[in-house]
Design a protein around this ligand. Sequence first.
Ligand code: DQA
Length: 145
Amino acid sequence: MKNVLVIHGPNLNMLGQREPETYGSDTLADINERLVTSGKSQSLAVTCLQSNSEAELVTRVQACAQDGTDFVIINPAAFTHSSIVLRDALLAVAMPFIEVHLSNVHARESFRQHSYFSDKAVGVICGLGAQGYELALQAAAKQLN
Ligand code: DQA
């Protein structure tokens, strides 16, 4: 079994109620449950973490160096557009990652069109809603198995 860590950034704990026309009606629990289930069928142990705290996310990413994490799927949410520190943490542990966004950030405000992660990501998926996480997991399985 390979280990995949799915990281959700700030405000994603509010999925389901948060701007459903932009982010869809699935809750974060719905999304995580599906990822854990589909992970099993692809021989992947999926662990999910959401935090509103940049420090907590950085500390969790640093722990990947020792805890057997093989791959990260990350929706950094608003940290996408601001967090050099989270980018540096992923690079520090040399963790391959796929960046996911529920919405098509390129069709939104100009400040959402720059990502501190995309140039280092294995791939980027955006605009496909919760399905984007499933597709990222399939891609992770292909990379790992
Ligand atoms: C998001 C897009 C970001 O711009 C935004 O700040 C989010 C969610 C997305 O999944 O579409 O919180 O990452």
